[in-house]
Design a protein around this ligand. Structure first.
Ligand code: 13P
Length: 242
């Protein structure tokens, strides 16, 4: 199966910076054996699309409805011909915008209706992590169940395990911690869906120094990278050496 590397630029880069970011990626990235997905701010999606590069395009979030009175939101119907992927359920959306599992479930349905593959982010807080593996399991099970169970017409999906305590902290989860969680996720997925080979990615302080080690985790399909992907040279190196 192809590996997947997703860059989540979050709310970074002005027009000039994004332009030079793309120029560097265009000249530095040599390895397109894997699926490489760029998720810039929505204001750059059209530009990225019109460049017709070998990168796939993802949106950082989408609305749970297809159209209507939703100031500031972007719907899957609006980006369906531009984006192949959409991140949904990112912990920053869950925390800051109070997005809950029911809404995330609806976002997943909107993705599927519009031929967009959702990248569903799940992960526990430090408080839950400190309570031990049974609590972590309970939390991840409920995130998966409440967004996917009985979600009609189960289709393509990518799961990204992003422990909240590892995001932007420089403190990545260890290989053993990730392995343990991969088992939990696959146990639940096998109960929810007949779909085999659902890719599971890891995100949380993945960088140039640790990605080689994290790559050794069997069954891990790739990475969702935030901070380290802001530097196009670092991202290119990770992509080329993956
Ligand atoms: P960092 O790589 O900065 O920890 O961010 C991870 C993330 O949130 C990607 O969606």
């Amino acid at each position: 199966m192809k590996k997947i590397i997703i860059s989540n630029l979050k709310m970074n880069k002005n027009f000039k910076e994004f332009d030079s970011y793309l120029q560097t990626l265009k000249s530095e990235v040599k390895n397109f054996q894997n699926e490489i997905v760029l998720c810039p701010s929505s204001i750059y999606l059209d530009k990225l699309f019109s460049e017709k590069l070998k990168f796939s395009i993802g949106i950082q979030d989408i609305d749970h409805r297809n159209q209507g009175a939703a100031t500031g939101s972007i719907s899957a119907t609006q980006v369906k011909n531009i984006c192949e992927y959409a991140i949904v359920g990112h912990s920053e959306r869950r925390e800051v915008f109070k997005e809950h599992n029911q809404m995330i479930k609806e976002k997943i349905s909107r993705c599927w209706e519009n031929e967009i593959t959702p990248i569903l982010c799940i992960g526990e807080s430090l408080k839950i992590r400190e309570k031990g593996i049974e609590e972590i399991k309970k939390h991840l099970f409920s995130q998966l169940e409440e967004t996917l169970n009985f979600n009609d017409n189960f289709q393509d999906i990518i799961i990204a395990y992003e422990p909240i305590w590892a995001i932007g902290t420089g403190l990545s989860a260890t290989n053993n911690q990730i392995l343990e969680v991969l088992e939990i996720i696959s146990e639940k997925l096998s109960l929810i869906s007949n779909t085999k080979n659902i890719p599971v990615l890891y995100g949380g302080s993945v960088n140039l120094d640790n990605f080689k080690d994290l790559q050794k985790i069997s069954n891990l399909s790739g990475f969702l990278i935030g901070s380290a992907s802001l530097d196009p040279n670092s991202l290119s190196k990770i992509i080329n050496d993956f």
